[in-house]
Write a protein that binds this ligand. Structure first.
Ligand code: CP
Length: 314
């Protein structure tokens, strides 16, 4: 296992504050953990005696399961907190909930919340390390790290690649974390979507902005499709899912403009027939399930590095 000597952060709250060296350290550390999931006995004692609380206040399939599996493969003890059935329904606040759980001495807290900044608030109040598992439309750092890890494994590099990210840019935390990460590592990022789903000031993100899927896909090395986040939209931004698919859906025909060895990514959950055709999602260029598999190694790396930082600070 590589020694993580240069990781000094207590928390992982976003990609914006990470340096390119810190990002590479996470990806390199994930490389050392990847083979654990290929062993007959998928477990190492690295975090034996450590406790991780998974605090999910929003629905999740991939992120929650992936953190839980990563914790188990590192031999940590996990507590999965669910807001339904908790004292939140009796009026207890987020901070009080977290302080009460911290009184039971966890080492790390993984938090997903619909409010941007909720993990930052907890990080200021808790002694435990805090990992942002998605805060509103702000950031989803471990998703961007697993996306970068998948690109690097497939392409051998990130620098110099053209990565097209297409869909509901305004409401996506995945896009924000990915733009920060990919530009720090030297990729050219191209954002595309309907004008109604572009945030004000999108030009300032450091990515090229286009408004047709044809422009976005042309000569792309990587095409990342995004779901329309109806739960974060306060008004109707497109006439119908059929019309959205006809204008912005990724089809086999549209993909022919990309590089011959293009890879197709999606953070999930995927809406087939809305942003992506099934034949593309299940086709030979798709690495969508590889992203999910790689998420375990990347989250093992993050848990390891953050618990290591806490050991050094003690
Ligand atoms: N990619 C992602 O965050 O998926 P979940 O919402 O299922 O965790």
């Amino acid at each position: 296992m590589s020694e993580a000597t240069s990781w000094v952060r207590k928390d992982l709250l976003g990609i914006a504050e990470l340096s390119a060296e810190e990002i590479r350290l996470v990806l390199d550390t994930a490389d050392t953990f990847r083979e654990v999931s290929e062993r007959p006995i998928k477990k190492v004692p690295t975090l034996r005696g450590k406790t991780v609380v998974n605090l999910f206040f929003e629905p999740s399939t991939r992120t929650r399961s992936s953190f839980e599996i990563a914790e188990k493969r590192l031999s940590a003890d996990s507590l999965n907190f669910s807001s339904s059935g908790s004292a939140l329904s009796k009026g207890e606040s987020l901070v009080d909930t977290a302080l009460n759980l911290e009184a039971m001495a966890p080492d790390l807290v993984v938090v997903r919340h619909r409010h941007p900044g909720a993990p930052h608030l907890l990080a200021r109040r808790l002694e435990s390390g805090v990992i942002n598992a998605g805060d509103g439309a702000h950031e989803h750092p471990t998703q961007a790290l697993l996306d970068a890890y998948t690109i690097r494994r497939r392409k051998g590099r990130i620098s110099g690649l053209t990565v097209a990210i297409i869909g509901d840019i305004e409401h996506s935390r995945v896009v924000r974390s990915n733009v920060h990460l990919l530009t720090k590592l030297g990729a050219h990022v191209r954002l595309a979507g309907p004008r109604t789903m572009m945030p004000v000031g999108v030009e300032g993100l450091g990515a090229e902005v286009v408004y047709t899927i044809a422009e976005a896909v042309t000569d792309a090395d990587v095409v990342m499709m995004l779901r329309i986040q109806l739960e974060r939209q306060s008004r109707t931004l497109f006439p119908s899912t059929q019309e959205y698919f006809s204008v912005f859906g990724l089809t086999r025909e549209r993909l022919t403009a990309a590089k011959e060895d293009v890879i197709i990514m999606h953070p999930g959950p995927m809406n087939r027939g809305v942003e992506i055709a099934s034949e593309v999602a299940d086709g030979p260029y798709s690495v969508i399930l590889e992203q999910v598999a790689n998420g375990v190694a990347v989250r093992m790396a993050v848990l390891y590095l953050l618990s290591g930082a806490r050991r050094e600070a003690a």
